[in-house]
Design a protein. Structure first.
Ligand code: ZN
Length: 167
């Protein structure tokens, strides 16, 4: 079942004439599988650094569990999943695949930062990240114990895990 089919079936069942015209431009574009139009609308709902358009596109609309969220009822969608599909003009279906944020920023919907993976792959990567973070933390503590003034400790970035994908 494609994204467009989901939307079409839901609104057709609502049974009222003219249902399509009452939809917002985003839903209309999704139903029409108009990838470029959907991407433009999605981008207009993001904070994008115009000096660095290759960076994260931070969703500034509704969210759920820390992710961008669009729609309501049975047609709701996670914004980053719609972005992944729209970037391919809805010719590839995600199905049960997860969409992983390579940048680690849940609110980002830049399709270049998104990759479709199996849930297992996503979980493995998350566990590897957590293992690395624990290892880094242990090494920091050990270094701090023997040399609290070490230059590496002074240059530590803020914790990297706060935005990392938990899926
Ligand atoms: Zn990003």
């Amino acid at each position: 079942m494609t994204t467009a089919d989901d939307f079409y079936a839901h609104y057709s069942r609502s049974g009222k004439a003219g249902w399509f015209g009452r939809l917002g431009s985003l839903r209309q574009s999704i139903i029409q599988c108009d990838g470029p139009a959907v991407m433009e609308i999605l981008k207009s709902r993001c904070d994008i650094d115009l000096e660095a358009p290759e960076g994260c596109w931070i969703w500034n609309g509704a969210t759920r569990s820390g992710y961008g969220f669009i729609g309501r009822g049975k047609t709701n969608k996670l914004a980053h999943r719609v972005s992944w599909e729209a970037a391919r003009s809805f010719t590839e279906e995600l199905g049960w695949l997860s969409v992983h944020h390579k940048c680690g920023v849940r609110l980002c919907i830049n399709p270049r930062h998104l990759v479709a993976v199996s849930h297992l792959e996503n979980t493995i990567e998350m566990l590897e990240r957590q293992a690395y973070l624990r290892r880094i933390s242990d090494l920091e503590k050990a270094l701090n114990a023997v040399d609290p003034g070490h230059v590496l400790l002074a240059k530590l970035p803020r914790p990297l895990n706060e935005n990392w994908d938990a899926l």
